[in-house]
Design a binder for this molecule. Structure first.
Ligand code: SF4
Length: 238
């Protein structure tokens, strides 16, 4: 099975900066070390994802399959869909060389519903772009979705009590309209990313507002060093 070229993470990075996706793909060793704040956010994100599963109990976790490989995740997802499993966690899909893993895939009486869990109290433009990409991949791979929704917190994570009922923690908002209207745009963006990644060298982009929007880029340290070495005439191509 052919490897995937783009993931959800790399797609969002590419929308932020073309140089970031190139570095992420070909020069990951130049990534900055993760700050403790970001590590805490990742860990909270995981915990919130597990709490959201309690809203749809009894599912199968594709990411817990052994052996752990994307090929196995894809195969296992198809098997679970075919045998009629009603709740699938981390269902994995690939289309047009893009791979996504969805937090919750639910089979209702009328069709399949996709849900992505977010650990913040509002829906950002980036979350909507992420939803549109996932919808593009899942439907492109052959599964019809009757809805795609984002599940987010109704109050900050640090204000949620330990034993709080998961039903009182989340707000759900359908993104179906946005996802369907974004299909062509997502396809064009994927083709753009493909062209960037096929390029012979790191795109020449200077640091700017994009470095911290929507997230602090992983390569700020690298780009800062590179720009100062170029200014001093010391930079050697990688
Ligand atoms: S630090 Fe800024 S310029 Fe460098 S790759 Fe990241 S977003 Fe792009």
């Amino acid at each position: 099975m052919a490897k995937h070229l783009i993931s959800k993470t790399s797609y969002i990075k590419a929308l932020q900066c073309k140089k970031a996706i190139y570095l992420y793909k070909f020069y990951p060793k130049h990534k900055d070390a993760l700050s403790s704040d970001r590590l805490k956010r990742f860990s909270a994100g995981h915990e919130i994802g597990f709490i959201a599963r309690q809203l749809y109990p009894g599912g199968i976790d594709i990411s817990a399959q052994i052996p752990a490989s994307y090929e196995e995740y894809l195969k296992s997802t198809q098997e679970q869909i075919e045998i009629g499993k009603k709740v699938i966690y981390e269902a994995t899909f690939k289309y047009n060389e893009v791979l996504v893993m969805l937090d919750l895939l639910i089979k209702t009486d009328t069709g399949w519903k996709a849900i992505e869990v977010k650990s913040s109290i509002a829906i950002s433009e980036t979350y909507k772009q992420d939803a549109s990409l996932q919808y593009y991949v899942i439907t492109g791979s052959g599964l019809t979705l009757e809805d795609f929704s984002l599940l987010y917190l109704n109050k900050p994570w640090n204000e949620i009590e330990k034993d709080e009922d998961p039903k009182t923690i989340f707000i759900s908002e359908s993104q179906l309209e946005r996802c369907t209207s974004d299909l062509t745009k997502v396809h064009t963006q994927i083709e753009d990313i493909r062209r960037i990644l096929a390029g012979p060298a790191i795109p020449s982009i200077k640091k700017g507002a994009q470095c911290n929007t929507p997230y602090p880029c992983d390569f700020i340290g690298f780009c800062t060093r590179q720009e100062s070495e170029i200014a001093e005439g010391l930079f050697n191509n990688l």
